[in-house]
Structure formats: structure tokens, C-alpha cells
Design a protein. Sequence first.
Length: 523
Amino acid sequence: MSFRTFLLLFISGLILPSVVSLLQTRPGYLDSDYYFAGGVQLAQGKGFVEPYLWNYLDGTTTLPHPSHTYWMPLASIVAAMGMRLTGNFDYASARLGFIILAAAVPPITFILALALSRRKNLALISAVLSIFSVYHAPFLGVTDNFGIYMVFGGLFFLAISRQQEGRGGNIPNLFLGVFAGILSLARTDGLLWLGMGVMVVVFSHPVSLGRKAFLLSIFRGGIFVFLGFLIVMGPWYWRNLTVFNSIMAPGSSRALWLDNYDQTFIYPPEFLDFDYFKSLGWEEILSDRLWALKLNLQSGFAAHGSIILFPFILIGVFAFWRDVRVKLAAIAWVILFLVMTLLFPFAGARGAFFHAGAALQPMWWSLAPLGLDSLLDFLRRRGWGNDGTKIIFHSAMILIALMLTVYVVYLRLHTLGWGEGEDRYSKVESVLIHKGIEAEDIVIVRNAPGYYLESGRPAISIPYGGESAIAEVSNVFGAEYLVLEPEAAIEPLRTLYQTSGGLAAFEFLGEVDGIRLYQINIE
């Protein structure tokens, strides 16, 4: 690909996330708030610590505490780089790196599509489809992992291309490990890509080498994959060892035993274990996974398949099944689907599957035009269609993707609104200051990172377990104020919210835009 083509695609990819970002003055949701807040801490030289707590699964009992014990740190690192570059600790600076990553997706998709088909016209269609990314479009410029996953997922498959060409010895295997490490530093499910890297090595060595030579060659290639992975992940694992005495942070493993998503915020976290999981009974366990199966299938069709592209992606997978890259992409998707349905059904159905699948999007955008072209060739051999028909259908694919993207962006930013109430937190903070809250006092609130960003105040999340759980975390953390939003007033907190009372420990202070404020008095 010429530099001119790369530059034009990069500039084209820059436009939409830049325009959308003008309508996103805040991170907009908990994940993005968390990564941005972590970036602020890093940019200000405070390191991997947090004066807020969004769940209790790691067993933390004090603030500040070690950061990124559930989610991984790369998005915060990227956010910090933008802020250090500009010298400002604002959201516009934090998302600079993410907008640049989003702009890199179309040229990477073009290169990957060209490597698959050797047809520049179809590769250009793939690049355009990555610009009009439908469900991903509202999220590519925010402080989250979508752009990171698309860029390095695409590069992972390009490294497979180099490896299949047989050039560079084990250097492509090294890069497979590096890209797998970057994906792992972004999300815990990125560990899948280490396994996929090893699988590439296995697939690329014919058994005809002889058993001994075959195994030795796989061992050598696997060593380079692991070496590349450890180059990236080694420092993070060392940090975890020094802080937690374990290479894996303790926060995410308890998510295996959830009975509903709200238990992500359960306190005390020790309640979640295998014995509790068994006590649910097989009927409840199966019901949860059937629920996740339905939602994850919808996500695969709508989000990963962009609705209109889904059937053509399937045709493309079938038509190019002999290609190792296509085969591995399909295997990776199936593994992700099973993990997010069977092991982590609540996280998966609530967005983790959508997030994790972003690494495969460059491959799906590469395959969609190939699938459509294969279908049209099949129909032409049976006497229907011509070259003009292909032009019409290719143009229609792009036009529909464009219209769907505009609709989804409008729906997400305007109809549904952008944000989880962060704009109200500054008003809440003003009222609490008027009520006598001290600078070091901790609040309990639905979106703790978001509240910290708006006020600079330490905050912890409302725990699952009702008034008694709130009273307990208040006592453990020394939190004296509860900020109860209507969105957080689920059972058993609904009575407290509706009556402005509840336990004697909760003194009602007032209401701000539907948010009820309480002072917690623990004897």
C-alpha cells in the first residue's frame, strides 16, 4: 500500500470519531470513566493507585488502593499519554490517543483485506466499512479499549500473514506474542490471543516434517510467542506479584460465581465462591446461561456483524475457510462466545462480549465484501447479474452501513443520552459542601470513578446487599454520605429511595435532580 493511500484512509478514519467526540464532553459510562480516572492518576504522577472503588471483588478495605484489580491498565496508560502530551488533565486530552487509534483502523483493515483477497477494490470497501462501523461508532473515540483492540487485533492477523509467508524466521512469532501481550494488557480476555498465537505456530508447521522435527519446530516458535508476550506483560505481572503475591490481580476471578450482574458490586466479596455457586442449583445456572446465550447471539449479529454485513461475513468465512487467518478468527470468536456465555454470562451479556469481539472486527470487515462478491459470482454462474450488478450491491452495502451508523450514533448520543449522570454530580457535590461535608470525606455513589472525576472526592460504589451492606462499607471505609440515584434504587434499596428514610442510620439531607442524599450515622 502506498503512503498516499495510507494517509487518505487515516484522515478518512479520523473524521467520524473526531466529529462524534465533539458531542461527548464526558466519558459517558462507567468503563470509560474508570479508564479516564486511572489515566488522570498516572498523568499526575500518582501511579497505579485509586482514591475510588468501583467494586469490592478484590477485597480492598481502604482508600486509596492499588488500581486495575479487575480491569486492565492499557486504556488508562493511553489516556495518560494524551494528558502528558498536552499538559492538561482534561477529557479532551485523554482521548487524543483513542481518536488516533480509531483513525488507524481503516488503513490496517485495508492492508489485511488486501492480504486476504489481493483485490484493491474490495480492500477499499472493507476500509470504508471500518469507518462506518455501526454499533462501534459511538465508542471509538472514548477512553475505552475498542480502538486498541481493533488496531492490535488487526495487526495480530497481519503478523499471521507474515508468518505464513515464511519470511523473517521466528520474528513474526515474536510479534504475535507482542500483539497478544498488548491485547492482554488492555483486557483480561486478551489472554485468548496468547493461545491463538501458539495455535498459529501449530497450524503453520506441516506434520510431514516428521514427529520430532514437527514438535521441535513448534517448541521454537512457541518460545518466541511467549517471549513477545512477556516483553509486554512481564512488568505488569511483576507489579501484581509485588502488590498481591500473585501474577493475576484478585478482582475478576470471583465473577465466575455470580447469580446476577448486580452481584459484581457485592459486599462482602467472600460471599461469592464455588459453594455459593453450587447452591444456586442447575436450573438457575442453566437459566442464566440461556439468557446470556440469547443476548450474546444478538450482539454477534448486530454489533459484530453490523446487521447488514452478518450474512456476507458468514459466506466469506465459508468461502475462505482454508485460509489459516480466517479459520483462527472463527475459532477465536467461538471461544469468546463460549467463555462469555458459559463462564462469565453476566459480564458477557452486559457488554464484555461486545468489547472482546472488537479484536476480530478488521477480519469481519475484510470478509464481508468477499462474501458478497462470492455470492454474486455464484448467482452470475447461474445466469443472473453482471459487472454492473456488483457495483450496485457494493455501493448499497456501503450506503446501508453509513445510514445504520448515523442512526446508531444519533440513538446512542441523543435519544438515549450520553452519560450516566456525571453532569449531575457537580450539583450534588455543591449541596454536600453546603451541608458540611469535609474535603477528605468519602461518598457512596453508583458511579464512583465518575463522581471522583467531577468532584475530586474519594468515592466508593453502592454495594449489592441493600441498606445493611451500605452500613457495613460505610463502617469499613469511613464513608459518611450516600448519593442514591433512581437508577441505583433497585431492590432492596427501593424503599429507602421512595420513603426518604429507612434505617435510623440514614439521615435524609435533600434531593438534587432526582438524586437523594443521605448522611450515614453509624454508632
